[in-house]
Design a protein around this ligand. Structure first.
Ligand code: ATP
Length: 395
């Protein structure tokens, strides 16, 4: 059997950015890796202004959630004291004795390799996959460094890829100055804004506790989705002159009950007399909005009825939906990490122009999808669609 080929991308990830993700995906493709471990460092002694390790970890998880082949690893975070790459590679060789290890680095890191602790041993423990970086390391200096390290037994493969002009330092500066950060994955951008990292003021007073709880209660994919929905809801609210704070809060909590087992959702619904609707009680896909609104109030302490209503209405919709309800409903469907949903691109486009029309397109898409799957659409969705058509006709 062929040896498993495991890539390792270590870094401070302060924060993780699109350059890191591109490096890992390119390395996987070009070097035929089975998977890539993304390994955030604990508390690197040489770097200052570092976000707390658990925040960096969550951002790494959220950024990798979309890519099956990227596996965040806590191997360095969970060790006491300072840990060096030589220790990490030793542990990984013990854990995967039959695997071949590939360490993914940028060209700037190649120039620093001789400063790594016990680097001569490291050179024999893995093959380095080197990604170009558009910085002021001259090609001649790179070749020379590589030759020197090869003479000591090092193995290097330069990956062919377009260099990406991005660094965590640039991203931190952009966030601090409230500038656009196109090369930051949307869930990571939202995490920084909600948590108040890198000089940003947290937009939500209880965000720290909320993020702790959401990260613990949701799957990583759901957590990343939640952040992307919050980002999109805020954007839609600004665009349509609605309350951006409320939209962001409702979106952040809209799926807070989603990863509970159905039985637990049903227990919460029963104990608190939340609904008598048998169709809703029978389906986690519908019931999580009802239990979610309840938990947003009882656990997260949200008192604003308009926020709770938006959470409650984000699955079936409801006649009389407010702009805030529609924004949360739509943000859930069109957030940028979603790559498939009925009529996704049409709804995305319409959401920029008209909430009502986007709602109609989205609900009709869902209706068609549900029908195709041989299931019945909840009557409330049908009533909502009728109401939306009337609203649109009268506007
Ligand atoms: P900082 O700006 O804080 O120094 P960074 O962007 O270099 O951060 P790190 O977490 O320190 O990010 O980097 C982890 C690894 O990813 C390093 O080997 C680094 O060289 C590499 N790397 C980061 N960004 C890029 C990029 N845009 N192109 C190629 N390699 C990169």
């Amino acid at each position: 059997m062929a040896k498993e080929r495991i890539g390792i991308m270590g870094g401070t990830f302060n924060p993780i950015h699109c350059g890191h993700i591109r490096m890992a995906l390119t390395a996987r493709e070009k070097a035929g890796l089975d998977r890539v471990l993304v390994v955030p460092t604990g508390n690197p002694p040489h770097k200052k202004h570092i976000a707390p390790a658990e925040d960096r970890w969550r951002m790494v998880c959220a950024a990798c959630a979309q890519e099956e082949c990227l596996t965040p690893s806590r191997i360095e975070l969970d060790r006491q004291g300072v840990i060096y790459t030589v220790d990490t590679l030793t542990l990984l060789h013990q854990e995967h004795p039959k695997a071949e290890l590939f360490y993914i680095i940028g060209a700037d890191t190649l120039m620093e390799l001789h400063n790594w602790r016990r680097y001569e041993e490291v050179l024999h423990m893995c093959t380095f996959l080197v990604c170009p970086r558009p910085w002021d390391v001259t090609p001649a200096a790179l070749v020379e460094q590589r030759r020197t390290l090869e003479a000591l037994g090092g193995r290097f493969i330069t990956l062919e890829m377009e260099p990406m002009d991005v660094s965590s330092t640039d991203i931190r500066q952009a966030l601090d100055n409230d500038q656009p950060t196109a090369l930051l994955p949307v869930p990571v951008r939202e995490y920084c804004a909600v948590r108040g990292l890198y000089g940003m003021d947290s937009r939500i007073p209880h965000a720290e506790g909320w993020l702790d709880r959401l990260f613990a209660d949701l799957s990583v994919k759901r957590f990343a989705h939640t952040l992307a929905v919050a980002h999109t809801a805020r954007h839609l609210a600004v665009l349509h002159h609605a309350d951006a704070y409320r939209a962001e809060v409702a979106a952040l909590l809209h799926d807070c009950a989603k990863c509970l087992p159905l039985k637990e959702m049903q227990r919460i619904a029963r104990d608190n007399a939340l609904t008598g609707d048998e169709d809703i009680l029978a389906s986690g896909a519908l019931l999580h909005s009802v239990t979610g609104a309840h938990l947003a109030s009882s656990v997260y302490g949200v008192e604003d009825p308009s926020v709770l209503q938006a959470i409650l209405r984000h699955t079936t919709g409801s006649p009389g939906m407010t702009a805030l309800d529609m924004i949360v409903y739509l943000a859930d469907k069109i957030e940028p990490t979603r790559d498939s949903y009925p009529l996704l691109e049409k709804v995305r486009m319409l959401a920029q122009l008209s909430l009502t029309r986007a709602m109609i397109a989205s609900m009709e898409g869902t209706a068609g999808h549900v029908k195709k799957g041989g299931k019945a659409l909840h009557p409330q969705t049908l009533q909502t669609l009728e109401w939306l058509h009337t609203l649109d006709a009268n506007s």
